[in-house]
Each structure stands twice: as C-alpha cells, then as structure tokens.
Design a protein around this ligand. Structure first.
Ligand code: COA
Length: 200
C-alpha cells in the first residue's frame, strides 16, 4: 500500500481529495472517461481476448472473462481507495466501451514506488485515430490539476512502439530501462513532473 502523502508530493489535502472524488467523469472531444459499470464486462472481455491487444501486456497472454471481471472489480477498488483509477473509456457518439485509459499504482515495478502510472488499452479497431493520446491528455490533466500529483510515470515493454510514441506526445521523458520481474520482459519508464506538465 502506498501512502497518500507520498503520492501527493508530501501534502495530502483531504479537501482536494474530496473534490477530485466528485469529478470522476472526463469529457474530451470524442471520448467519455468514467467509472466502471456492471454491463462493461462483455465489451471489456472481448477487448482482452484479442492477442494483438494483449501482445505487450505481461507475458502477452489473453485474459479470460473471469479475469476481466476480477480486473474491473480491482479498478473500482482503486477508485474507492485512492480517489483515482483506470477510467472506463467510451466513444461519445455511440457510448461504445473502447477500453481503459487512466491512473494506477504500478505495484508490479516496486523500484518505482511510490508512483502513479498512466496507462491505456483500447480495442484494436479503435487504434490509429489519436484516441489514446486524446484520453491520456485528459487523464494527465486530472492527475495534475485535480489530484495535485507531483509526478506521473508511464511504462511500456520494449517493442511497444505505439505506447512509447504516446508517452512522447504527452511530453513525458525517458527515465530508465529496467525489467518487469513479474514477466521477465524489459520495459522503458517515462515520467513527467507537475512543473514540467504546467510549462507545456
Ligand atoms: C497503445 C494503444 C493504446 C494506442 O492507441 P491509439 O489510439 O492508436 O494511439 P494514438 O493514435 O493516440 O497514438 C499512437 C501513436 O503511435 C504511433 N504508432 C502506432 N503504431 C506504431 C508502430 N508500430 N511504430 C511506431 N509508431 C507507432 C502512431 O502513429 C501514433 O503516433 P502519431 O500520432 O505521431 O502518428 C493501442 O495500440 C492499444 O490499446 N494497444 C494494446 C494495449 C497496449 O499495448 N497498451 C499499452 C501497454 S504499455
């Protein structure tokens, strides 16, 4: 468990936390980022059953519907415990669930802790339209403007060029190369601090 004071740059404000908790839906030009609902499971399980989507996640295995249900429950627990989490991400025009974009604690890489990570996973037919960058920009703003986080990191497996490109487009800087011991794969860590984000 990571302390709130560490995540929030040494000053944990109950007031800010309460305000942030109320604002858990973000709108962008094309996307709605929101908390998870019971009826998201079918669409989320279909996304995580696609080997191309899962290629650069952990050992690259697809997820069962049961694992997806557990994952959604844990995303919601994160929201309740931390006041942030991975947003269920849907297309505004159709309200179709495309996947997730948002914030989490990268427990799988203890050397980075305390830290908050920004991440994304979208259905394959939604790729290549700038949607991940659009949603991630809003999630980054949420992390810095609402939550007052001091720093946000992002982690991609070496070879996941699309994710690395998103990190650069968000203004993040390469921080280190290391190994995710949970799967043995090499990863690149990027980061951006609140002052650097404010200056962009
Ligand atoms: C990573 C992912 C979210 C990208 O979604 P997206 O909506 O297509 O992303 P965007 O369009 O906002 O940006 C992707 C950028 O990467 C570039 N890109 C895509 N594939 C690339 C490749 N093979 N090599 C180099 N650049 C690539 C795109 O051209 C774009 O950059 P540009 O705007 O400068 O042209 C999506 O591919 C995905 O869900 N992948 C599976 C899950 C995953 O790997 N998650 C991340 C784990 S770290």
């Amino acid at each position: 468990m990571v302390s709130h004071s560490a995540l929030f740059g040494g000053v944990f404000s109950v007031t800010l936390f309460a305000v942030a908790r109320k604002r858990q839906t973000l709108l962008t030009e094309r996307l709605v980022l929101r908390r998870w609902q019971d009826d998201d499971l079918g669409a989320y399980a279909a996304i995580c059953a696609d080997p191309e989507v899962m290629r650069w996640i952990g050992r690259g295995a697809i997820l069962s519907p049961e694992a997806c249900a557990e994952a959604i429950a844990s995303f919601e627990r994160d929201w309740d415990e931390h006041g942030f989490g991975l947003f269920a991400t849907e297309l505004r025009v159709s309200r179709r669930l495309l996947g997730f974009i948002g914030l989490s604690v990268p427990e799988f890489l203890p050397e980075l802790l305390p830290a908050v990570e920004i991440g994304w996973r979208l259905a394959r037919d939604a790729w290549g339209q700038g949607l991940a960058t659009e949603g991630a920009s809003a999630a980054l703003r949420f992390g810095f403007s609402e939550l007052k986080l001091a720093r946000i990191v992002s982690i991609h497996q070496v070879g996941n060029l699309a994710s690395g490109r998103i990190m650069k487009k968000l203004g993040m800087r390469f921080e280190r190369r290391t190994v995710d011991s949970s799967c043995g794969r090499s990863v690149h860590v990027y980061q951006i601090t609140r002052p650097d984000w404010s200056r962009r």
